[in-house]
Design a protein around this ligand. Structure first.
Ligand code: HEC
Length: 166
């Protein structure tokens, strides 16, 4: 019995390693558990919508071409296919220049994808977050939309806080 269990375990472990190897699964590739959102490849070549900071962190908001069209033509709601990525780094002091903070290691990535049918219950938006490349759990993901509906201004802007910085 023990031997069979051992054999079964080796088979399953081997299959899992083989799968990961063949499909080249990396931590950051994992889809968000509730919405099934992934980190879009190539988002670093998208246009910069704006930059934000909160104490200790610097953030860039990237928009895909669909997002940019909506921003530039000031059309709301954002159309299906819109993707917004918020990339966050820790801010670190540049010792050689007092009062200058620059981006340190990356902290987390958050993604919002518009699909009005699939995500009808959350204003048409699907959410995902990765901290150090590891996808956040379902509870954290459930907290995204409630905060993105927190005031009249964000509700009136299709649940998006960021406006375009020319
Ligand atoms: C406590 C409130 C709060 C929670 C929870 C929250 N957000 Fe946000 N989010 C904000 C605010 C405020 C901004 C704009 C300012 C900033 O970036 O710090 C923002 C900006 C964003 C942006 C850029 C587009 C926009 O709306 O401005 C994305 C993408 C985003 N959040 C995704 C997420 C995801 C994914 C989650 C859940 C894992 C999440 N947010 C949870 C408040 C929140």
């Amino acid at each position: 019995m023990k031997r069979i269990r051992g054999l079964l375990f080796s088979l399953i472990a081997g299959a899992a390693i083989g799968y990961a190897f063949l499909s080249n699964v990396r931590a950051g590739d994992e889809a968000s558990p509730v919405f099934g959102v992934t980190i879009p490849s190539g988002y670093r070549t998208w246009q910069l919508v704006s930059v934000h900071s909160t104490k200790g962190y610097l953030k860039a908001i990237w928009g895909n071409p669909t997002a940019l069209q909506a921003y530039l033509h000031k059309t709301l709601p954002f159309p299906d296919g819109t993707v917004l990525v918020k990339q966050t780094w820790r801010s670190v002091a540049l010792n050689s220049v007092p009062a200058a903070d620059i981006s340190g290691p990356q902290d987390h990535i958050q993604v919002m994808v518009k699909n009005s049918k699939k995500y009808a219950k959350t204003g048409g938006w699907g959410f995902g977050e990765w901290v150090n490349g590891v996808v956040s759990g379902a509870a954290r993901e459930q907290s995204c939309f409630p905060c993105h509906t927190q005031n009249a201004q964000v509700r009136g802007n299709d649940f998006v806080f960021t406006t375009y910085s020319p």
